[in-house]
Design a protein around this ligand. Sequence first.
Ligand SMILES: Nc1nc2c(c(=O)[nH]1)N[C@H]1C(S)=C(S)[C@@H](COP(=O)(O)OP(=O)(O)OC[C@H]3O[C@@H](n4cnc5c(=O)[nH]c(N)nc54)[C@H](O)[C@@H]3O)O[C@H]1N2
Ligand SMILES: Nc1nc2c(c(=O)[nH]1)N[C@H]1C(S)=C(S)[C@@H](COP(=O)(O)OP(=O)(O)OC[C@H]3O[C@@H](n4cnc5c(=O)[nH]c(N)nc54)[C@H](O)[C@@H]3O)O[C@H]1N2
Ligand SMILES: [Mo]
Length: 779
Amino acid sequence: MFSSDGIITRVEADNETTDEYGVNHQIRACARGRSLRQRTYAPDRLKTPMKRVGKRGEGKFVPISWDEAASTVASELQRIASEYSNKSILKLYGTGAYYGFSSSNCFNRILNLNGGFLNIYGNYSWAQQNEAAAATGFGSTSGSILLSLKDSDLFIGLGYNPSEMRQSGSGEGYDFLQAIKANDALEIIMIDPRYTDSMAGKEDNWFPIRPGTDAALAEGIAYEMISSGWVDSNSKNFLDKFCVGYDKDSLIKLKAEFQASGDPKKLAYVPYINPDDNYKDYILGEGTFSTKGPRTPSWAAKVCGISETNIKKIASKIMNARAPFIITGAGVNRHANGEQAMRSCYMLSFLTGKVGQPGVSNGALPSQGSLSNSGMSGLSNPVKESISFFTFPDAIERGHEMTARKDGIRGTADLDTPLGADLKAIFALNSNALINQHSDSNGIAKILEDDTKCEFIVVCDCWMTPSAKFADILLPDTSWLESNDLVNDSYASGIMGYLVAMKAAIDPLWECKSMYDMCALIADKMGKLGEYTEGKDEAGWLAELYEKTRTNSNNANAIPPLPSTYEEAQKQGVFRAFDGKATVALESYINGAGKVNTPSGKIEIFSLQMAQKGAEWEFNDEVKGDYISSIPMYQATWEGYEDDETSEDYPFQLMGYHTKGRTHSSYHNVPWLREAVEDAVWMNPGDAYKKGFTQGSKVLIWSKRGTIELPVRVTPRVAPGVLALGQGAWYTPDPSGRVGPSGHIIDIGGCINTLTRYQPSPFAKGNPQHTNRVQIASA
Ligand SMILES: Nc1nc2c(c(=O)[nH]1)N[C@H]1C(S)=C(S)[C@@H](COP(=O)(O)OP(=O)(O)OC[C@H]3O[C@@H](n4cnc5c(=O)[nH]c(N)nc54)[C@H](O)[C@@H]3O)O[C@H]1N2
Ligand SMILES: Nc1nc2c(c(=O)[nH]1)N[C@H]1C(S)=C(S)[C@@H](COP(=O)(O)OP(=O)(O)OC[C@H]3O[C@@H](n4cnc5c(=O)[nH]c(N)nc54)[C@H](O)[C@@H]3O)O[C@H]1N2
Ligand SMILES: [Mo]
């Protein structure tokens, strides 16, 4: 970072160290990091606190003093808690600022000093896969570390794109590249509707697949493995010993064992164990599944779009591989059937019977290295109830009646005790999920416009985003180049973990304040300043948190070692640690005597929790695919490939992907990046020809929920029948009020969430944002 007279003039990436991979490689910045100067000085930076003057969402504000902003927030917080309930206050999901000290924990402190707030569980990234993996018996990011690819001979990635979504010189994308370079014998198969940068010639085969149909592919492969007798002679012992639910016998045995256990927890599951619901019968179309028919490759081919021959080819490669390493990426999970799709793909690894061996993984995302930084405590929250992060619109409209049975509410006394409060205040902190990153932007805008429903919205951001326009009070944060802080690699560093002792490059711009300082002002107005600061100023907190970080045993291997004071650490800047062990997923379970964390203690092909919730919870019959199956099953859903209801009016499947040009909506307002990475919808040449589109021509895309306008990129890099659009562009209803074919004002910003549907997934109540049916025409 170069600055003169307090102004940043140039940003340079990490050029310290000798840059040896696996020793001290450089954490080189991606395009986003390199564009920070434009981002920091963007014309739409929030410069002063503001309050809304027009209709909510109109974007009309007037500047106010910090004193007025803090008083308003403090008094509204107190009013809403006493007039309604602490459960009426929500801190919205938000990922814009990860750093440690001045994190959104500052807001947790003031919200908790006010008596607490409604919790959320889950996240937009991994909601469905976290539940799928937990139900199976592991963590969704507990896969073998990429270093162990050296022992593998076959890699299969389903919706796995580390080169674009884990960039930077220390990211998983770089690890992946190094790992495949180090193993010439490795065969690479990629399954994705898009031809991604993770391929770009490095793959042996790309099989384009229809979005939301990976489970069908997995079942076609499973059929080959089972019907050929391969499983019986190669992996049946493994499945019997480490898993439950592969066949009927395993479930009969489990049921008897649970019945005899006398353990009330186990006894409670007994009514839900139905041995007829077993994976083998389902795949072969036997037993109670005989009416469904077998899940043959020819059946699978019709659903997923990969030919029968190719499905058989993939199956035989898996059977013949010495050490198959399979990863199912989170693109597969962000669908209406994400939970079951992930579980189905995990099956491919377990069917081989080789999980736990060198070079083999369990289907989950690979484990990462990490150094730890200590954060400030958010204090404890007296409110015990939580909603899924995704269901805040429901909590506004009908929070009082939401229950565990209908809405997956957690922390209530029982399945039918209602949450008992509507949402009245939202704190959107480093979040654009209020409008832009949530589903159905037009729908949520309509709910928020009515300020008698949610009465108070606070947005703390650095820029005037689509969500910021919906604030009642806008709090301008310092950007991280204006902050002293201690930050780690977050959860996504790649194999090398690191810590950065940040030193502000410039002073806070305009009237921006750090979250720590703005919350101190609010705490003061609440009469809780002492409890908030615990008698420390910013430097005091940093010194204390640094000391905790320095003595954390997880950081003992940092290079260089952490010096004794925070100031010295800031001089050094970056600390790294690379653990060279080729850690293998579930190694200790398979090769030890332990258990996994499921009710049965085994890998659950038949999930007891899913069986129970599937039977107890209430689902909507009118929503195709709204049910939970006890075994992994391909689930045809609303607006999926097989949805007849929408196929005529909305013939294309549309999925968003995480683009190199942004982090979600962050960095959208950086002109360099808009120039570098085009925002256009990808369409297959055959489809474009039929529509008569030429390269770059403007198109309208619409769903039942909205219309967007943007250019088309005609490219064979996307499967026929599928449209792909980088997610995160800013929702911008045409100021001239032009209405599109959907009957809504056209979003000229091209935000994919103008088209997506708000429909929580069955189990996780998560975001199905890659599942959409749309129509497209020339603009
Ligand atoms: N259709 C579709 N929608 C999606 C996804 C998808 O794949 N498709 N992906 C989903 C996923 S995985 C996620 S994680 C969510 C992400 O959703 P969000 O967490 O909302 O992420 P961003 O859009 O990056 O918004 C972060 C906000 O933080 C602000 N910000 C950045 N730096 C700072 C700072 O230093 N201080 C403060 N106060 N604010 C700052 C940014 O300006 C931005 O408004 O989106 C989800 N939405
Ligand atoms: N550059 C950049 N990096 C990012 C982000 C960003 O916005 N920009 N966001 C970060 C965050 S918070 C997250 S959660 C991660 C998200 O990381 P991911 O969830 O992995 O990202 P996606 O792009 O949604 O999906 C990955 C791939 O899955 C494919 N895909 C989508 N649907 C299907 C399907 O049904 N089947 C198959 N086989 N493939 C499918 C997509 O085409 C894409 O290539 O990325 C992180 N990294
Ligand atoms: Mo995410």
